[in-house]
Design a binder for this molecule. Structure first.
Ligand SMILES: *Cc1c(COP(=O)(O)O)cnc(C)c1O
Length: 433
């Protein structure tokens, strides 16, 4: 399979697309074509196991990798449960938060980590793949956890000192092994700048095998298709096709759903559910895409004013607003409505929604009022991740899952560095693990 930039031009192979992340013209990579899978493949979905479904859906896109190597990536990435829970009659939650950092980003990050390791040529090369990631909190832990212990790779996680929560910091700074946290005396922008500068530095590029694992990488998008199918496979036998509601920020998750639909996934459409950062619902309404600065909300991972995957979505619909609108319904919900939904579902169903999932739930309710039938909300995070915000609102404490509670007890192994490129470069050139 070739990958082409959303801005056109010549295609590249999987390895190039995944190593580059962003295309040189500034566009995002998409597969050149998305050949639908057979009706037989989809008819056999309900009884099939996750790995077999993933192999069938991903094989066309991983073509240069031998099948055994594809299977290693798939097994390592999708190694936690993805249960479908019925919340109310006909309303289901696909729980994507049973991975190491309790959020759906674990799936994409783990897949990308293993993919980069498998694509390393020649295998067994002396030089490890050095992955740089700047984080303001959550991405760092998903990426660090994803690469932890993956041979031939090592990760430097740069984060702004004092600007990430204690729990977030513990999640990536206590790991050790091939993960080095760097506590930068500066802002998140400084961290990003250091990573950018390193990836463009001729000395470093000559001496190290450097890459970044940012969220726009097509290698993170591909595996996310699989859980949409995994959700459908768990619906009761004989169910009608579902509507999917995807809590969205940068719209990677929703883009993956559209890709799955192109492969033939049975579904009645999608809901692009956002908080008040609603440039995509606005676009669906008006046909005009007007990015604007983001505003802080309770569902902070969706506070995005210029969603990076919008160009991918647009490309998948050939730039046509009516086509996108026929498949995706926009739905925006403010913090007051989100909190109200969290409280009501907690009271009536005994299920605690995280704020992101709650936005998806609200979007699904609106969609089902117009189009009755089964609906699935992608539950993108565990509520305990946001307990600092939720506890005061709910007036009770939310227990941390054991795994997270355990890392709070461990010492931080972060190395302090000034926000200065010379110091960072010196660290990279002398880094031995
Ligand atoms: C990142 C994130 C989202 C948004 O996903 P996109 O793919 O950026 O749209 C939603 N919920 C949670 C919990 C997230 O971490």
């Amino acid at each position: 399979m070739e990958y082409v930039s959303t801005r056109g031009g010549r295609g590249v192979d999987l390895g190039t697309a995944v190593r580059r992340g962003l295309a040189p013209d500034g566009g995002l990579y998409l597969p050149r074509s998305i050949p639908p899978l057979s009706a037989d493949f989809w008819a056999a979905l309900p009884g099939r196991d996750l790995v077999a479904t993933a192999k069938g859906m991903l094989a066309p896109f991983l073509s240069p990798l031998p099948p055994e190597s594809q299977e290693r990536v798939i097994r390592a990435a999708l190694d936690f449960p993805l249960p479908l829970v019925e919340l109310e009659p006909g309303i289901y939650l696909l729980e994507l938060f049973h991975g190491p950092t309790l959020a759906f980003k674990d799936v994409g990050a783990r897949f990308l980590a293993r993919l980069l390791a498998e694509l390393r040529v020649p295998a067994g090369r002396a030089l490890p793949l050095t992955v740089l990631v700047a984080t303001s909190g959550d991405t760092g832990s998903a990426v660090a956890q994803a690469f932890l212990g993956v041979s031939g790779t090592r990760v430097a996680v740069l984060y702004p000192a004092g600007k990430v929560s204690a729990l977030q910091e513990k999640q990536f700074a206590t790991l050790g092994e091939n993960v080095q946290a760097l506590r930068i005396a500066g802002t998140f922008d400084d961290c990003q700048q250091l990573v950018k500068q390193a990836l463009a530095d001729p000395d470093l590029l000559a001496q190290l095998d450097l890459t970044s694992a940012n969220s726009i990488n097509v290698g993170r998008l591909l595996p996310q298709m699989v859980y949409y199918a995994q959700a459908v496979s768990q619906l009761p036998r004989g169910s009608e096709s579902p509507v999917f509601a995807t809590p969205s920020g940068n719209f990677g998750n929703l883009t993956a759903g559209i890709l799955a639909a192109r492969l033939g996934l049975p579904c009645r459409g999608f809901v692009a559910a956002t908080n008040c950062n609603d440039v995509v619902p606005q676009y669906l309404e008006s046909g005009r895409f007007v990015p604007r600065p983001s505003r802080p909300t309770l569902s902070s991972a969706m506070d995005v004013g210029h969603p990076s995957n919008f160009d991918r979505l647009l490309a998948l619909f050939g730039g046509a607003h009516p086509a996108m609108r026929a498949e995706i319904r926009g739905s925006a919900h403010d913090d007051a409505a989100t909190l109200e939904a969290i409280r009501r579902v907690d009271r009536e169903r005994g299920y605690l929604l995280d704020p992101h999932t709650a936005v998806g739930y609200l979007g699904l309710r609106v969609a089902l009022a117009a189009d009755p039938g089964p609906g699935i909300v992608l539950a993108t995070a565990h509520p305990a991740k946001f307990r600092e915000h939720l506890e005061p609102q709910l007036g009770r404490s939310i227990p941390l899952p054991n795994r997270l509670a355990a890392c709070l007890e461990l010492p931080s192994l972060a190395l302090p560095l000034p926000a200065d490129f010379t110091a960072f470069k010196q660290f990279l050139l002398t880094w031995t693990d």
